[in-house]
Design a protein around this ligand. Structure first.
Ligand code: UDP
Length: 235
């Protein structure tokens, strides 16, 4: 069983059927799934949530100062973190939201040692606000926070894709599923795991990554228990 894990969720997990906004129904379903998978285990869970359902700096901010566009994206991740907190607490799981951008009325500031303390006390820590810096994505936040809190693994949750393929399985019916690969193979073969900055950091620090289908029943729990699910990337 893993001791401490970091789960990366795209903002799209919270979206409505068109991929936009925050759907309370989708958020509640997601929160129940995570809370049930955690139930009765001693796994300490931290979550990084993206913001692509609300705003992506590069896509939505065209014509704007790129840094400002990215800061808007970071604020979106705090909204998602608050929505997920609300739903997880409704499902019975104590949580804390920590934001990389100070927003004292709605979230604690990110303080590494305090985050670890929350985890030790059994609270799920949801990291909002990305890295607090533009020109990054929340994939880098997932990697950075995982390293900071000493997580055993980064779990990259996917929506109905059961791991990494040698090409996009939604476009190429002959795409080959990959059970495991090294970080270097992912870089060299340009496999779709996370963005290059995040991947390089995982490679440098030897942090394992699992890419898996969050909605395959039992997957998350099996992962928490240390079973092999999805594609494993390690050096
Ligand atoms: N962002 C940023 N710095 C960070 C994390 C995120 O500037 O450290 C901004 C960036 O504009 C990004 C947006 O927040 O496009 C939303 O995050 P992301 O695209 O990673 O969300 P996801 O695809 O995981 O939903």
């Amino acid at each position: 069983m893993f001791k401490r894990v970091l789960l990366k969720l795209s903002g799209e997990f919270l979206a409505n059927e068109n991929g936009f906004g925050i759907s309370p129904g989708a958020t509640a379903q997601l929160a129940r799934l995570i809370t049930e998978a955690l139930g009765g285990t001693d796994v300490e869970l931290a979550v990084v949530i993206g913001g692509g359902n609300l705003w992506r700096g590069a896509r939505n901010g065209q014509g704007m100062d790129p840094a400002t566009a990215d800061y808007i994206g970071m604020l979106g991740t705090v909204m998602n973190a608050m929505a997920l907190q609300d739903a997880m607490e409704a499902a019975g799981q104590p949580t804390r939201v920590m934001s990389a951008i100070q927003m004292a009325a709605v979230a604690e500031p990110y303080i590494r040692r305090r985050a670890i303390r929350h985890l030790e006390k059994g609270r799920v820590v949801i990291f909002g606000g990305g890295n607090g810096a533009p020109f990054f994505t929340t994939d880098t936040t997932a990697t950075l926070r995982a390293l900071e809190i000493g997580a055993d693994v980064v779990l990259m949750a996917k929506n109905k894709v059961d791991g990494v393929y040698d090409s996009d399985p939604r476009k190429n019916p002959d795409a080959q599923w990959i059970a495991s690969a090294t970080h270097l193979e992912v870089v060299e073969r340009r496999l779709e795991v996370m963005d290059a900055t995040a991947l390089t950091l995982c490679m440098d620090k030897n942090l394992p990554i699992v890419v898996f289908d969050l909605f395959q029943p039992g997957n998350l729990r099996r992962l928490f228990m240390g079973e092999r699910v999805g594609t494993l990337i390690q050096s």
